[in-house]
Design a protein around this ligand. Structure first.
Ligand SMILES: [Fe+2]
Length: 241
């Protein structure tokens, strides 16, 4: 293989709970390159409402501005493209909400933020949003389904299977598999791997203790599903890249 493709990271500085400065963004990119990644999608959270971040129209413009600053100074040997991590909420289901603007650049895929405890168990917003993305001719990628089964108070067993049935690809986090996200997430991540439900592994790197790297998780996944299947989860082939 010729390098990893990481579909999920928070390396755009100053727009969410990821990188906080241009210097940190560049450091994360260098770390990704040095651990074998050739292409990384920067996927800031998209509100409303998500924590206290500004939900106004200006937010997307700010993301694009900061992203452009990163591209200008990006280290050699790694490509960075813009995407988004969309939080499914009722307003996202409105037919006038343009989903195509949220694609991972150069692909027909949209990254959806996998829920922890919200929406609450029994709420079908996530499944409906996945179906809406499908209806637009795009493919949803659901981030970190393993959290839904292991997060405090959530224990929504069967969530991953329901999202798969709704047409979503499943992307586990490298940090979920390695155990960095806490006890329980790694158990569920392994279960999803063992049952053949995982399509992709993403770093979901935020900086700090959350690295933008796939190499360790790739090795761990290979121990569960074999080298060839694990490589397909990290080499971009599923995105036709
Ligand atoms: Fe994320």
């Amino acid at each position: 293989m010729t390098g990893y493709v990481d579909v999920h990271s928070h390396l755009v500085f100053g727009v969410d709970d990821g990188a906080r400065s241009l210097e940190e963004s560049l450091r994360l990119l260098t770390e990704a390159r040095d651990t074998g990644t050739r292409l990384v999608f920067a996927t800031p959270h998209v509100v409303p409402p998500y924590h206290n971040w500004n939900a106004s129209q200006g937010r997307i413009a700010r993301i694009r501005r900061n992203f452009a600053a990163i591209v200008e100074q990006a280290p050699a040997g790694i490509e960075v493209r813009l995407g988004f991590e969309i939080t499914a909420r009722p307003q996202r289901l409105r037919s006038d909400d343009d989903i195509h603007r949220f694609r991972l650049t150069g692909t027909e895929f949209v990254l959806m933020d996998g829920p922890q405890a919200v929406p609450w168990v029994g709420d079908s917003t996530m499944e409906r949003y996945a179906r809406r993305i499908r209806a637009e001719g795009l493919t949803p990628i659901l981030a970190h389904p393993e959290r839904r089964a292991c997060w405090r108070g959530a224990h929504d067993l069967g969530f991953a299977e329901r999202m798969k049935a709704a047409g979503a690809l499943l992307q586990i986090d490298a940090s979920g598999l390695t155990g960095a996200d806490g006890p329980g997430c790694d158990v569920e991540a392994r279960r999803l791997l063992t049952e053949g439900l995982v399509d992709l592994i993403g770093s979901d790197g935020h900086g700090g203790k959350s690295p933008v790297r796939l190499d360790v998780a790739h090795t761990m996944a290979a121990e569960v599903v074999g080298e060839a299947a694990a490589t397909r989860m990290v080499d971009g082939s599923i995105l036709s890249l």
